[in-house]
Design a protein around this ligand. Structure first.
Ligand SMILES: Nc1ncnc2c1ncn2[C@@H]1O[C@H](COP(=O)(O)OP(=O)(O)O)[C@@H](O)[C@H]1O
Ligand SMILES: [Mg+2]
Length: 340
């Protein structure tokens, strides 16, 4: 990309950025340092140190670092910034504060969460599963959805339908449909239903890897997929991780299934913009599709072996073929399939 200024490779670009954002004077800007943070797939993300102050700097990359080709506009960084600012007002403390936005380098600076904040994915993978975290996350997501539901200004600001299609619906659901002609019609109709449902501000990537756990509970990061659309997507996307991790580790399965139930329990009281049963049915059908998408889509889960992937695939297809399954049908089925 011709006009892309890579902050990782250009110290003078960094110094200019810090001065534009008034985070440092010329002398301090010249000594600022960037240290890459690990775990990201779609951006350059750094710990930024200026004197004794520490920040986090994030710049969208033109191409994601995942297996199959997946190119999306760097402008998605503005969706992320907008989501962080909007959600930060609704659930302060559960989103890092945005401290500066730079249009020249398509980057932003936010508060740095110190290493004491644990990455939730790492915690879950270590088998430390606390259902109270899931309950709190359900409550946080519910508050964000409820506060933005039916808001025409927010809907207009986050009308990111094309990007959401490019980075969520296409690589997950449409790719799974291409791989599985048997359920392709069902997956395509889910894609269409999701794309045409515009009810609330969706984060779009509520995955444990994008959540840090601090003293006040979960902090949500990485909102590049932010879109005014179907809130069922966020709920299903997150629940999917509990099922996938349960498929990996039968020992953790009971606590993960309890986390699943607790997330739903924390979320449901906030559903005031539509009928509970209608929304939860959308969650259930999306969940079945997302399970298949995380095995055979463009961003396959890395922690399941071939045998477990095959079992998840078969289970997901069975669920997609039974679209009337409720969330509790899905958990009962999952427990039967994956308790060893
Ligand atoms: N504000 C922050 N403070 C501290 N660490 C952060 C912050 N934001 C992100 N990180 C770390 O960087 C990782 C990648 O950030 P993320 O926003 O998810 O980037 P990507 O879009 O590339 O996935 C996170 O998993 C987290 O460990
Ligand atoms: Mg991330």
């Amino acid at each position: 990309m011709d006009d892309y200024i890579d902050l990782a490779d250009d110290p003078s670009a960094l110094a200019h950025l810090l001065r534009r954002l008034r985070l440092a004077d010329a002398a301090a800007a010249a000594t600022a340092t960037l240290t890459p943070l690990t775990g990201g797939v779609s951006s350059n993300i750094f710990r930024l140190e200026i004197g004794d102050k520490t920040y986090c700097l994030k710049q969208a990359l033109p191409k994601l670092k995942v297996a199959k080709d997946w190119i999306v506009p760097v402008e998605r960084v503005y969706a992320e910034i907008g989501w962080l600012q909007t959600a930060g007002r609704i659930v302060p403390g559960h989103v890092p504060e945005v401290l500066g936005v730079d249009r020249v380098t398509k980057s932003f600076v936010m508060a740095f969460l110190p290493p004491a904040f644990a990455n939730w994915k790492r915690v879950l993978m270590d088998g430390r599963v606390d259902p109270a975290i899931a309950a709190q996350l359900g409550d946080i997501m519910g508050r964000i959805h409820a506060a933005t539901a039916g808001n025409a200004d927010i809907a207009a600001r986050f009308a990111n339908d094309d990007t959401f299609h490019a980075i969520r619906l296409e690589p997950y659901l449409e790719e799974a449909a291409r791989q599985h002609p048997q359920v392709a019609a069902a997956l395509r109709s889910l894609t269409e239903r999701t794309a045409s449902t515009r009810e609330a501000l969706v984060h779009g990537d509520v995955s444990p890897k994008n959540i840090l756990l601090g003293p006040a509970g979960p902090v949500m990061l990485d909102a590049e997929c932010a879109w005014y659309g179907d809130p069922a997507f966020d709920v299903a996307f997150c629940l999917n991780h509990f099922l996938l991790k349960a498929a990996r580790s039968p020992d953790a399965l009971p606590a993960l299934m309890l986390s699943f139930a607790k997330l739903v329990e924390g979320y449901v009281p906030h559903i005031a913009w539509t009928r509970h049963d209608v929304l939860l049915q959308r969650v259930a059908s999306l969940l079945a599709a997302l399970l298949l998408a995380r095995v055979d889509g463009k961003s396959p889960v890395e922690y399941l072996d071939e045998d477990r992937r095959a079992r998840v695939r078969a289970a997901a297809i069975e669920l997609i073929e039974r679209p009337e399954s409720t969330l509790s049908d899905i958990t009962t089925f999952w427990q039967r399939e994956f308790s060893e």
